[in-house]
Design a protein around this ligand. Structure first.
Ligand code: GDP
Length: 311
């Protein structure tokens, strides 16, 4: 069994590659829940849903959110009713959020609801939210507004000037037991190539997850979401700079050095092997980590599985 720590784009691309070589029932995913947002009266968990749709083979893999071929009539009519409709949800996609919200109203935890969705949709992998407590990535803008990450990234198209990023409620947040158990039990744990500030940060900085990773760190492998001086997609660079980080695989290695043992960077960054090993003590491997198609992800998955045999 392999456990992945995942956001909603980079790591799901890697998981696609693993699915080509190992059965779904050998995969566990701890998905970031700090992107969660209450909108249109519903509770939406974007990263968990991307993982659910990926494992049902219905994910729109052009955008890495939503369901392939979905329509947007409900959203359009919500607009007619006066809602702002910047957060795009397709008609089928709405069903997942209606189900989740209804279950929350019935007193169920996010992990219980995710498990129900998983089993109702006959997904064989295990999926855990990183937190059962509602946690939320918030942005302080340069004019002092405190806004949800989705308002910065989706509504504001990442163009708003910002001063700070923080994760609301993270200090005492509770991780589902089964997620912690999978870190203890699985052959190894992969910190996927996801946004270090908004996807991986809110997972590895959860107290209970951090202590499990530290304890099992010789079985934890991380993959850089950055090649050269830039991320492949999303607001990673902008957010890292805001938080005072240099945008480079070296910095990512420093951020993860307490919670992993092996760090994989792109072949084109091979001159960074020595500096990273010297500064962090991690074992650094190189591979092609730009997933232009699933073959690249599959090759990386094969390399990791082969390495896994020696862990
Ligand atoms: P979000 O939840 O949609 O923000 O997605 P993630 O956090 O999972 O993914 C965004 C991060 O994935 C960014 O930092 C990207 O650089 C990284 N990413 C996207 N595609 C790739 C890829 O092909 N290879 C690698 N190594 N990283 C990628």
């Amino acid at each position: 069994m392999i456990t992945f720590l995942s956001g909603g784009t980079g790591t799901p691309k890697l998981i696609q590659g693993f699915r080509d070589i190992i059965p779904d029932n050998q995969i566990s995913i701890i998905a970031n829940s700090a992107d969660d947002i209450r909108i249109y009266g519903l509770y939406v968990s974007p990263d968990i849903d991307t993982i659910i749709y990926l494992l049902c083979n219905i994910l729109d893999t052009e955008k890495f959110w939503g369901i392939k071929g979905d329509t947007f009539h409900t959203l359009e009519f919500l607009g007619n009713l006066g809602y702002e409709t910047w957060f795009k949800i397709g008609d089928k996609d709405f069903s997942t959020h209606i189900f989740r919200t209804d279950q929350i109203k019935k007193g169920k935890k996010l992990s219980e609801i995710t498990e129900k969705i998983r089993s109702n949709l006959k997904i064989k992998s295990r999926i855990f939210p990183s937190s059962d407590t509602h946690i939320e990535t918030r942005i302080i803008t340069s004019v002092g507004d405190d806004i949800h990450f989705q308002e910065f990234w989706v509504k504001g198209r990442g163009e708003i000037e910002i001063d700070k990023v923080y994760i609301k409620n993270i200090r005492d947040a509770k991780t589902p037991k089964m997620a912690l158990q999978s870190i203890d039990d699985d052959q190894y744990v992969i910190i996927g190539p996801s946004n270090p500030i908004t996807s991986i940060g809110p997972i590895i900085n959860l107290k209970q997850i951090k202590s499990k990773l530290v304890k099992n760190r010789q079985r934890v492998i991380a993959i850089s979401p950055i090649i050269g001086n830039s991320p492949i997609s999303g607001p990673t660079a902008r957010l890292m700079k805001t938080e005072g980080y240099v945008v480079s695989p070296v910095e990512i290695a420093k951020m993860y050095q307490d919670v992993c043992d092996t760090f994989i960077i792109d072949i084109s960054d091979k001159e960074l092997i020595n500096p990273i090993e010297r500064e962090t003590g991690l074992t650094v491997l190189t591979a092609n980590i730009l997933f232009k198609d699933t073959t690249v992800a599959k090759d990386l998955a094969t390399m990791i599985l082969n390495k896994g045999k020696s862990l």
